[in-house]
Every structure is written in C-alpha cells, then in structure tokens.
Design a protein around this ligand. Structure first.
Ligand code: ADP
Ligand code: MG
Length: 259
C-alpha cells in the first residue's frame, strides 16, 4: 500500500470548520457494521490514516465534510468506508425493483434504472476506475452494487447496459455523468443520499464548474437531505465557492499538513 506509517506520526491534522468531531483511534471505534469492519481488514488496513480518523466519525454523525490533504493520505477510504457503512441497509430494498433474472424479458420488460444512493465524481477515467476498485472491496457482501462511467474511450452503450442492471454506488467523470443525467430511463438521482467531489481542485482547473453545479443540484428534488463531501489536495477560491454553494453551513473541514 501507498501509506508509510512511519511518516504518519509527523502528520498533523487541523479542524478548521464550524463543526468539530472527536477522532477515532482504530477502525473498531468507528461503529462499523461487522461486514464493513471485515472488509477493512480484508483490504489490509490496520490503522486509520489521520484524515480517516476524523472523517469516519464526521460522516457517521451526518456532517458534510471538506477534506484537504495531499495525495496518498487515504482520502478515498476516508469517505467510502463511512458512506457505504451507512448505506448498507438501504441496498436490500433494491431487490424489490431489480428484475427477477428468471422472468425478465429483455426488450419487452422496461430496463431497470440506476438509482444510486451515492454519486462520486472524479476528474479522470484512471481515478474513477481506481475509486471503483476501492469501492468494490468495501461493497463486498453488503448488497451494494458499484458502477463506473467515464468519457473518452469508455463505451457509452456498455456503460448504459451496466447502469440498467442497477447501481447503488456510482463513480463518474463529470462530462459523461451529465450525459447520463439526460437519460431518466437509465439514471435517476431521486435516491441519492451522498455526493462526493474528489480532487475538486483538479476538476475546477479543468473547467468542469458548470457540470459540477448541475450534478450537485441534480438530486435535491425529493427530501433534499443529501450530504456533500469535497476532497482536494489544495483549496483554491473556486473550490471554496463550490463548497459555499453546496455544503451545509455547519460542516467539518479537515486539513492535513506536516507538523
Ligand atoms: P489519496 O486519495 O489521499 O491520494 P488514496 O485514497 O488513493 O489516497 O490512498 C492511497 C493508498 O493508501 C491506496 O493504495 C490505499 O489503498 C492505501 N490506504 C488507504 N488507507 C489506508 C490505511 N488505513 N491503511 C493502509 N493503507 C491505506
Ligand atoms: Mg484520491
């Protein structure tokens, strides 16, 4: 793994936001379902990294989170573990609307729509696939189904077929996601509970601001209690504005820096 724990002792974490949380010391303190705790163990994670020590309880308590930390600090698991842990119970209900493979007639029965519970946005295909692979580890034995969609070389038709099989955890690049949002028979945001913007600085540099705004408001029509998370290596003005527009005023902001 990419984490050098001998260096972690010298990494300090600052809580800068309006809300504060008590950090956990071990994954066992995070209140995780036994299945999720086992998945963390299977991933080979022995101790939480600094950002994970704060992020797990923050998300568990229902806060929106801004996480500013350099590459390699374990940001992906910092949001995936607590979010997937919260959503585990919700996946079971999906069985009701998933077509029964024994009776489903393709082309006659309507395609099943993807109704993700969490949407994770990343700037590149490589990163989206990396997050997808991490999500697969933590979805193991949870009934949650992860899917990844991205532009460029990614086949739209193949990705559409994947989505139509059902999707609880959607990882996407912004351009391709906006395209799928225009296909309500394939994808709907009506069940979304969490939205995560990963590498926000990178995406804003690439001029995806309009798409991000569209995605982040795209799930708000129903109960409107969506938790927003923004992760970034740096926190420039454009990222601060995105956070101000979409995140709850009472959020947890974490910044990891070297002591
Ligand atoms: P970031 O997004 O901050 O750049 P990643 O989430 O990609 O970092 O994590 C970097 C690497 O560290 C990955 O290989 C990941 O599997 C590993 N990792 C994350 N958390 C832990 C942990 N608690 N213990 C051991 N390895 C970890
Ligand atoms: Mg990352």
């Amino acid at each position: 793994h990419g984490i050098d724990f001998s260096k972690i002792a010298s990494i300090e974490l600052f809580q800068e936001g309006p809300a504060r949380v008590d950090p956990i010391a071990t994954f066992k303190d995070a209140g995780l379902h036994p299945v999720m705790l086992k998945n963390v163990e299977l991933a080979g994670y022995e101790l939480p990294t600094p950002i994970q020590r704060y992020c797990l309880p923050a998300i568990h308590l229902g806060y929106d989170v801004i996480g500013i930390a350099q590459t390699g600090s374990g940001k992906t698991a910092a949001y995936l573990i607590p979010i997937l842990n919260k959503l585990m119970g919700k996946a079971k209900k999906l069985a009701a609307w998933r077509p029964n493979p024994a009776t489903y007639k393709p082309g006659i029965d309507p395609p099943c729509r993807a109704e993700p519970l969490v949407v994770i946005i990343a700037p590149t295909r490589e990163l989206a696939v990396q997050i997808f692979n991490e999500a697969r580890k933590f979805c193991y034995r949870t009934m949650l189904r992860p899917c990844v969609v991205y532009g460029g070389t990614g086949s739209y038709k193949d990705q559409e077929a994947q989505l139509q099989k059902g999707c609880d955890v959607l990882i996407a690049t912004p351009g391709r996601l906006v395209r799928f949002m225009e296909e309500p028979r394939t994808l709907t945001f009506r069940r979304v509970r969490y939205m995560v913007i990963d590498e926000a600085d990178e995406m804003l540099d690439q001029d995806w601001k309009d798409e991000l705004d569209k995605i982040m408001t795209g799930g708000e029509q129903e109960e409107g209690n969506i938790n927003y998370m923004l992760f970034s290596a740096t926190f420039p003005k454009a990222a601060r504005e995105l956070a101000k527009t979409h995140l709850a005023e009472t959020h947890v902001r974490l910044r990891v820096g070297r002591a």
